[in-house]
Design a protein around this ligand. Structure first.
Ligand code: F6P
Length: 569
């Protein structure tokens, strides 16, 4: 394709309303939504095609205070969302219309809401402070597990637990994948300022480079592994665990070293025993804790090793405070509910197929990866609870990266691209660093990005800015369309005073509950993950065929061709 000459006269401004409407038309999947107020919401969405966030903000100086929630030390400012008061009311009406309150109670009370696996969903019980009636046995088991976890952390930290050369441990390696990795890894990194003496590492990938790189700097005599797997049947984890054991035993005098250097967390105690880890080194997990909701259980053992038992308790307390808020606050002020309604508004009424999460905190760099599993494994579903194919979009693609790094990269698309992608900015207001000035500049960037998304820059302002920079007028006219930023793109900002264990616990629980609400509104099961199973089965076939097994017949021609390429010397 040849480049076309730039037009002599640029297209007419203003670009933003027409541009956004066009994008919506492209990306809007359907209007076939199940709730009664869908018709009203569609009318509101139509009306919003003519609205601008900048005008909503300038027309109502109280909007930042109105479009705001506070919970458990977290503030949500959603005044930059393309949403007016009547549309917000229509969205909030969905809460009663779909009886979200009953569904929420069913979860907290331990009903079998993961109906495709006949399981309760009780991650909230892991951080509860008192036993809810009917769940006293489970509560007691959790408390026992917490005590055992704490005792191990104390024993290792104090040097009482020692390795095969009678030295104290210096390094912990958590081996797990998915929910047995993403949450603890994200939290340990996020709470770097709270780290104590132990170095905590994570290994997930079956790619040998992952474990090899981790082990290359470690001393087997002072390394303690946690094999973290709810099922204890996940190939990646079992392969890495076996490789770690080989590495240890290559240095240790005899196999009894496994008992000194391996811990495990699992529901599958038989498989753990078969691997050779003694029962005293194992903490339990329960089927009523989903993998992606499990960091509050002993899956978070590595967190406790990193930040200590008191820090881990603070993390639980923050989550528990958010649980209380979610359970007891009316919908209009309920932060997880509001965030879920914003997600629905974006995905189902604004044509938003993406959601960016951009933490303005270096240590929160793994938060988008954690939220990807939480949101996309939970709500990336295509059938409703009764097995009917959905007639509307469900979970958006969630992605993100720490700010301000993304400003020099994908923010181009956020401001001028053809994809509508609302943003959650996450901003701890004070830093653990002593360099207050550099942190102040980081905060300034975050605030400015929100304003840029709202405000944009029209053609005239673009031309003026070029002229101010010394560009000759005729050239400025030609260049100006390239500088136009439509604006009117939605974002929210979540702030906390400082990223403490308590604040982080609350933030994670917030997203968990938001995910629950969205699953409920979309009438899908947010707690199973059947979609990831087929790939595992096919991989077993491919693996067998690679070793000359009989499964090659199960491979299609493209897979066969790749296999042959792999087999070539
Ligand atoms: O394959 C998906 C999955 O089951 C996730 O849901 C889970 O978090 C991950 O694998 C790890 O599973 P496990 O803890 O049983 O090894």
């Amino acid at each position: 394709m040849r480049w076309q000459k730039l037009p002599a006269s640029p297209p007419a401004a203003p670009a933003n309303i027409a541009c956004i409407a066009k994008l919506r038309a492209i990306t809007m999947t359907t209007t076939d939504l199940p709730w009664p107020s869908n018709t009203a919401l569609r009318a509101h969405a139509k009306r919003h095609e003519q609205l601008q966030v900048s005008e909503l903000l300038s027309a109502d100086r109280g909007r930042p205070a109105d479009f705001h929630c506070h919970a458990a030390g977290i503030d949500l400012d959603y005044s930059r969302q393309l949403l007016d008061v009547p549309a917000r009311e229509a969205l909030i009406a969905l809460v009663a219309e779909t009886d979200l309150a009953s569904a929420r109670e069913a979860m907290f009370e331990g009903a079998s809401i993961n109906h495709t696996e006949q399981r309760a969903v009780l991650h909230t019980l892991l951080r509860a402070q008192t036993p809810p009636s009917g769940l006293t046995t489970e509560f007691a088991e959790i408390q026992q597990c917490l005590q055992d976890q704490q005792a191990w952390v104390d024993a290792v930290n104090s040097g009482q637990h020692r390795g095969f050369e009678d030295q104290p441990m210096t390094d912990i390696v958590n081996i797990g994948i998915g929910g047995s990795d993403l949450g603890p890894r994200m939290v340990v990194q996020a709470l770097t300022p709270y780290h104590q003496q132990l170095q905590v590492h994570f290994c997930a990938n079956i790619d040998p480079a992952d474990l090899d790189t981790t082990l290359s700097t470690l001393n087997p005599a002072t390394t303690l592994f946690i094999i973290c797997s709810k099922t204890f049947s996940t190939e990646e984890t079992l392969q890495n665990a076996a490789a770690a054991r080989r590495w240890l035993l290559a240095a240790a005098p005899d196999p009894s070293a496994v008992a000194q250097h391996f811990l495990a967390v699992s529901t599958n105690l038989d498989a753990v025993a078969e691997f050779g880890i003694p029962a005293d080194n194992v903490l339990p997990l329960w089927n009523w804790v989903g993998g992606r909701y499990s960091l509050w259980s002993a899956v978070g053992w590595s967190i406790a090793f990193a930040i200590g038992n008191a820090g881990f308790k603070q993390l639980l307390a923050g989550a528990q405070a958010m649980d209380e808020h979610f359970r007891n606050t009316p919908a209009a002020d309920n932060m997880p509910i509001i965030m879920s309604l914003l997600e629905l508004w974006s995905v189902n009424y604004q044509g938003g197929s993406n959601q960016a999460v951009i933490p303005y905190d270096h240590h929160l760099g793994r938060l988008p990866a954690f939220l990807q599993q939480l949101s996309m494994e939970s709500n990336g579903k295509r059938v409703t609870n009764d097995g009917t194919t959905v007639g509307y979009a469900t979970a958006p693609v969630l992605w993100g990266e720490e700010g301000s790094n993304g400003q020099h990269s994908f923010h181009q698309l956020l401001h001028q691209g053809t994809l509508l992608c609302p943003v959650d900015f996450i901003l701890p207001l004070t830093s653990h660093s002593d360099d207050k000035d550099r942190h102040r500049r980081l905060v300034a960037h975050c605030i400015a990005q929100g304003q840029a998304l709202t405000q944009g820059r029209d053609l005239q302002a673009s031309e003026d800015s070029l002229i101010q920079r010394g560009t000759p007028q005729d050239e400025a006219k030609v260049l100006a369309p390239h500088l136009v930023i439509p604006g009117n793109r939605s974002c929210s900002t979540l702030t906390c005073q400082q990223l403490t264990p308590h604040a982080l616990g609350a933030l994670i629980a917030l997203y968990e509950h938001k995910t629950f609400c969205s699953g409920h509104l979309w009438q899908i099961n947010a707690f199973d993950q059947w979609g990831v199973e087929l790939g595992k089965e096919l991989s077993a076939n491919v693996s067998e065929a690679m070793q000359g097994g009989t499964s090659s017949g199960a491979l299609d021609t493209a897979a066969q061709a790749l296999l042959e390429r792999w087999q070539q010397p």
